[in-house]
Design a protein around this ligand. Structure first.
Ligand SMILES: [Zn+2]
Ligand SMILES: [Zn+2]
Length: 168
């Protein structure tokens, strides 16, 4: 649970009150089928009471671990994800904003949703990963293995055969 007290912000209208948390993907429930996060996830941000609402913003730092979709290499990627959200006290009719419960703002859901929403559908070691050779399994990023990976169109192959037969 990551709870920020609103007491200090209440007495300091417009001032940025810093906060920091450390957690893990397991604690957050920020897990995926084809990736995980290594070690601790660090959250740093500020809380501001605007007089109308509580603005919470900051940055999440996490290290994502995954196997490349194309070459299967184990990779790690440092991520810095921005978040920003407004919270209001219950009772004020603001459907857009999240509600402050008691004297605390709970940002666990905000952090988890920010992390999960930022993950791309594909996991690549680099955008132009060449993948593995379908013939010998070599990593084509490390150079060409020399295999003939040309897959002929069966119709063209038939035509080629026909022409070869004529030449004979
Ligand atoms: Zn790759
Ligand atoms: Zn090959």
């Amino acid at each position: 649970m990551m709870k920020i007290s609103i007491a200090e912000a209440n007495g300091n209208l417009g001032q940025e009150i810093p906060f920091a948390f450390r957690t893990t993907a397991e604690e957050l429930g920020a897990t995926g089928d084809d990736f995980s996060f290594v070690g601790e996830i660090a959250i740093q941000g500020s809380l501001v009471f605007t007089g109308v609402c509580y603005r919470v913003f900051g940055e999440i730092k996490a290290v994502k671990a995954f196997a490349c979709d194309r070459c299967l290499k184990e990779c790690q990627e440092e991520q810095a994800l921005r978040f920003e959200e407004e919270f209001r006290k219950a009772g004020e009719d603001e459907p857009e904003a999240l509600v402050v419960e008691g004297d605390f703002i709970e940002i666990t859901d905000l952090v988890r949703d920010t992390i999960l929403a930022a993950q791309s559908l594909s996991n690549l070691c680099r955008p132009d990963c060449k993948g593995l050779c379908p013939v010998c399994g070599a990593d084509l990023n490390e150079g060409d293995c020399g295999c003939d990976r040309f897959v002929p169109d069966p119709r063209l192959a038939a035509l080629q055969q026909l022409m070869n037969d004529k030449e004979d």
